[in-house]
Design a protein around this ligand. Structure first.
Ligand code: TYM
Length: 337
C-alpha cells in the first residue's frame, strides 16, 4: 500500500486556556475514537498561539498541560503521535512555501480572522492573518486524509483544500493529498456558550461561567449548569420547537452528545419537564464524563518528565513522517535542499 492510500488523521489544538467541553465533544473524543481506525497525529498548536500575545511561561506550561489533558481524555501516546507543533521546523518551512500559493483574498474571507481581528485589523498580528496557511501546512505536511475538527474550523480545512489544489496545479504535481474535513454529526459539532446560545463555547470568552473546563470540580460544573441561561418554557416534544430557543437547544444537545441518545431520545425523556428537572440530570451526565478525566489529569500532572518524554518521542516520529514531503515540496518549487 502506498503512503497516499493510508488513511491518516491529523488535528491540532491551541494550548491556551485549558480544554473545555466544546473541545472535548466537538473534537477530542472523536480523536480518541479515530485511533482505532488510522494512524493519528495530534499536536499542540503552540506556533498558532503566537498570533495572540501570551506570557512565555504560560505558553511553555500550557503545552504540557494540554498534552496531559489529551492523554487524560483517552489519546494513547503509544498508538497516536502526540507532539508540540514548534518541535517540528517543517511546519513553519512548509507554511512559508504555501504563503506563495495562498491568496490574500482567500484569507480575507476567513470568518475567524474577521471575528478575532474585529474592528482593529490594522492592529492585528500578521500571524493572525496567516494563521490558516500554517494550519494548511500542519495538515498537508503529513498528507492527512481526514481532519477531525469542530464546525468552526471547517472553513480553514476548505482553505487547505484550495491551497493543496492550487499548488498541485501550479507546480504540475500530485504532491499534496486534498484532505476531508471530518465534522461530527449532531450537536457536538458546535457546543455553545452557557451564557449565550448564539455564541460558541470558547476559551476566549471572558466569562468563566460560559464554559465548562476539564479541571472544574463536580460542584463547579453543577453550579455552572444551574446558572446556565435558559427560558421559562418546559422542554418540547419535537426538535423543531427548539430552533427559536438556542440556549435550550444547546443544553439538550450537550446531553444528547454525552449520552449518545440523540436529541429525539432526550426530548422523549424530558418533554413537558422544566429546567428544574433537566439541569440536574445534565449536571450528572457532564460530571460523569469529566470527573474520571479530571482524576487522570491530576495524576499525569505529577509526572512532567514523563510528559516531556512523550512529547519528545512524538516529535521524533512526526519529523520522520514529514521530512520527505517537505523535501518534495522544495523540489517542486525549485528550492535548494
Ligand atoms: P481550537 O484550539 O480552537 O479548538 C480545538 C478543537 O476543538 C473544536 N472546538 C469546538 N467544537 C465544538 N464546539 C465548540 N464550542 C468548540 N470549540 C472548539 C475546534 O473546532 C477544534 O477542532 N485552528 C485550530 C487548531 C489547529 C488545527 C490545525 C486543527 C491548528 N492547526 C490543523 C486541525 C488541523 C484551533 O484553533 O482549534
Amino acid at each position: 500500500m502506498t503512503d497516499s492510500q493510508v488513511k491518516r488523521v491529523v488535528s491540532g489544538i491551541q494550548p491556551t486556556g485549558g480544554l473545555h467541553l466544546g473541545n472535548l465533544l466537538g473534537a477530542i473524543l472523536r480523536w480518541v475514537r479515530m485511533q482505532d481506525e488510522a494512524q493519528c497525529l495530534y499536536f499542540l498548536a503552540d506556533l498558532h498561539s503566537l498570533s495572540e500575545h501570551m506570557d512565555p511561561d504560560e505558553r511553555r506550561s500550557s503545552v504540557r498541560e494540554m498534552a496531559a489533558a489529551l492523554i487524560a481524555s483517552g489519546i494513547d501516546p503509544k498508538r497516536s503521535i502526540v507532539f508540540a507543533q514548534s518541535a517540528i521546523p517543517a511546519h513553519s518551512e512548509l507554511c512559508w512555501i504555501l504563503n506563495g500559493t495562498a491568496r490574500m483574498g482567500w484569507l480575507n474571507r476567513m470568518t475567524q480572522w474577521k471575528d478575532k481581528a474585529g474592528k482593529n485589523r490594522e492592529g492585528a498580528s500578521v500571524a493572525l492573518f496567516d494563521y490558516p496557511v500554517l494550519q494548511a501546512a500542519d495538515i498537508l505536511l503529513y498528507r492527512a486524509t481526514h481532519v477531525p475538527v469542530g464546525e468552526d474550523q471547517k472553513q480553514h480545512i476548505e482553505l487547505t483544500r484550495d491551497i493543496a489544489l492550487k499548488f498541485n496545479t501550479d507546480f504540475d504535481t500530485d504532491l499534496f493529498v486534498v484532505p476531508e474535513p471530518f465534522i461530527g454529526g449532531g450537536a457536538a459539532a458546535r457546543i455553545m456558550s452557557l451564557r449565550d446560545g448564539r455564541a460558541k463555547m470558547s476559551k476566549s470568552d471572558p466569562s468563566e461561567m460560559s464554559r465548562i473546563h476539564l479541571t472544574d470540580s463536580d460542584d463547579v460544573i453543577a453550579q455552572k449548569i444551574r446558572k446556565a441561561k435558559t427560558d421559562p418554557e418546559p422542554l418540547p416534544e419535537d426538535e423543531a420547537a427548539l430552533e427559536p430557543r438556542p440556549e435550550a437547544k444547546n443544553l439538550v444537545g450537550i446531553y444528547a452528545a454525552i449520552t449518545g441518545v440523540g436529541i429525539d431520545g432526550v426530548l422523549e425523556r424530558f418533554a413537558g419537564q422544566g429546567f428544574g428537572t433537566f439541569k440536574p440530570a445534565l449536571a450528572e451526565a457532564v460530571t460523569g464524563l469529566i470527573a474520571p478525566i479530571r482524576q487522570r489529569l491530576e495524576e499525569l500532572r505529577r509526572d512532567p518528565a514523563e510528559l516531556d518524554r512523550i512529547l519528545a518521542d512524538g516529535a521524533a516520529r512526526a519529523i520522520e513522517i514529514g521530512a520527505p514531503l517537505l523535501s518534495a515540496a522544495k523540489t517542486a518549487v525549485g528550492l535548494a535542499q
